[in-house]
Ligand binder design. Structure first.
Ligand code: GDG
Length: 458
């Protein structure tokens, strides 16, 4: 079996003897543990000296090869082109795009820099699996270094329509660079189709089933919806009930129904519209006043980017407005928390909630809604209100699907969720749990790596 090399923008090395907290980190570590191999990427540090060789650390049989970014790479490759051009455009948010040609140049140069550093560690007999929008041109840069390895790329975020893609100066080169890979994975059928349409229209690529040909390159496409580790999360959710913080949370509800959300603080997650929806719930269905609480965890993210800081201020003001208007001496309707919690606390919050509220304006998949489903007590499960524009909406038929741009529609769905009869809640939850189990985390990476192994012949 070939060794596996996973490449992602950010790599966090687990502490010795401990497994890693994040869902995706868990998945990739389990794939690496099975195949044996290396995880390569940025260590999260900024250093002026980029001539250093990657630092290699071994944990549980996996080699973590990491390197710092310099200030220019951090500002222009990571914050700039990746997160102020690709992230907004790929999330259909043209208004948030801020293009600067120099940042695009640094994006390509940083990918080349990663490829040069990675090349020194390769033997030539690896499967290389590259993750996400920061590293689209990495495959092409590795080919230029002479690599003939099998290379796959997985896009965690949606793929934009050809018209939106065309707004990115240099989009042809960006699109063409996907063709350096052997396998390209998407979260949903829609993303795959949108990519094919763009490649055919903009590059003149030729399609036959799920294979695209462009020049002398042949690119296989596939759909691999990211899942979660259901058993581990279920155990954590059950165990959370013994934790002091979760017991205090339950005691503080005072008989109120809990609506819960937990997201990175990101404009793609629809947090402002969600807050407005909760306000409509209190205005349009006044019988819920004093009987319902909304807890929203918004964990800090990319705060150096103006849009993210503006959103933080906007949410603080919206939560303050609702609480100022509706609170009583013994009831505060919105708990808005701008902090990152341990995952067990999150699972405890989800388990204590009657309603999970997950309404991104656009999302590649969205793992929070799947985690909410896993965290429920099947004997008395909560209901899920989910954006129809999240990739997960393709799988979770038992959710109440809403248009995330319509706060009134979200408020109606919240009302429906809060009133949902017991049998209906159980049925919907059972269907969602079955689907989350079917496409779990292990299946995700196994299917991708199987297909990558056969990408050339298959
Ligand atoms: C990208 C794509 C795709 C949130 N708050 C806390 C916390 N979280 C965890 C959640 C969940 C993860 O962060 C967020 O995952 P999502 O899938 O919702 O979203 P992105 O971060 O945007 O991820 C997305 C994903 O990649 C995987 O392919 O689904 O569409 O955008 O696991 O639980 N975790 C902890 N404390 C918090 O306060 N510990």
């Amino acid at each position: 079996m070939k060794d596996l090399v996973v490449v992602s923008n950010r790599v966090s090395i687990p502490e010795a003897g401990r497994s890693q907290a994040g869902g995706l980190a868990m998945a990739l570590n389990s794939a690496l543990a099975r195949h044996g191999g290396m995880w390569f990427g940025w260590n999260g540090e900024i250093s002026h000296d980029t001539s250093l060789q990657p630092t290699q650390t071994c944990r549980n049989g996996i080699t973590y090869a990491t390197l710092p970014l310099n200030a220019e790479q951090h500002d222009d490759y990571y914050l700039g082109f990746s997160n102020e051009v690709l992230w907004p455009i790929f999330h259909f948010n043209l208004g948030a795009m801020k293009f600067q040609r120099r940042q695009a140049e640094v994006y390509y140069a940083t990918n080349l820099h990663f490829a040069e550093k990675l090349s020194t560690l390769l033997t030539g007999d690896e499967l290389i699996w590259v993750h996400d929008y920061h590293l689209i041109p990495l495959g092409e840069a590795l080919r230029r270094q002479g690599s003939h390895a099998l290379m796959g790329f997985f896009l965690h975020i949606p793929f934009p329509s050809a018209e939106l893609l065309r707004c990115i100066p240099g989009h042809r080169d960006l699109l063409a660079s996907f063709f350096a890979y052997d396998l390209l994975g998407f979260q949903t059928p829609q993303d795959l189709e949108t990519f094919c349409h763009a490649a055919i229209r903009i590059l003149g690529a030729k399609r036959s089933d799920n294979v695209l040909r462009y020049g002398d390159r042949r690119l296989k496409l596939g759909i691999y919806p990211v899942g979660i580790d259901v058993d581990t999360l279920q155990r954590e959710a059950q165990h959370s009930e013994t934790k002091q913080t979760v017991r205090q949370l339950r005691a503080s509800l005072g008989g109120c129904a809990l609506i819960a959300g937990a997201d990175r603080l990101d404009y793609s997650k629809g947090l402002g519209e969600r807050m407005l929806a909760f306000e409509h719930l209190l205005d349009d269905y006044p019988h819920y006043r004093r009987h319902v609480l909304y807890t929203q965890i918004a964990s800090p993210s990319r705060s150096a980017i103006t849009e993210y800081d503006d959103l933080r201020q906007q949410l603080e003001s919206q939560a303050g407005h609702i609480n100022g208007l509706h609170s009583d001496l013994d009831w505060v309707p919105v708990h808005y928390i701008n902090k990152t919690y341990p995952r067990t606390a999150l699972m405890g919050l989800f388990r204590a909630a009657q309603v999970g509220l997950v309404t991104p304006l656009r999302d590649g998949m969205n793992l929070v809604c799947k985690e909410f489903v896993a965290a429920q007590d099947s004997r008395n499960p909560g209901a899920l209100v989910l954006s129809e524009l999240a990739g997960a909406a393709h799988e979770l038929e038992g959710a109440l699907l809403v248009n995330p741009y319509d706060p009134h529609a979200i408020a109606e769905a919240l009302d429906q969720a809060l009133q949902m009869p017991y049998e209906e809640r159980c049925q919907r939850h059972a269907s969602m749990l079955a689907s989350v189990r079917c496409n779990d985390l292990t299946r995700w990476w196994q299917r991708f790596l199987d297909d990558l192994g056969y990408a050339v012949s298959g």
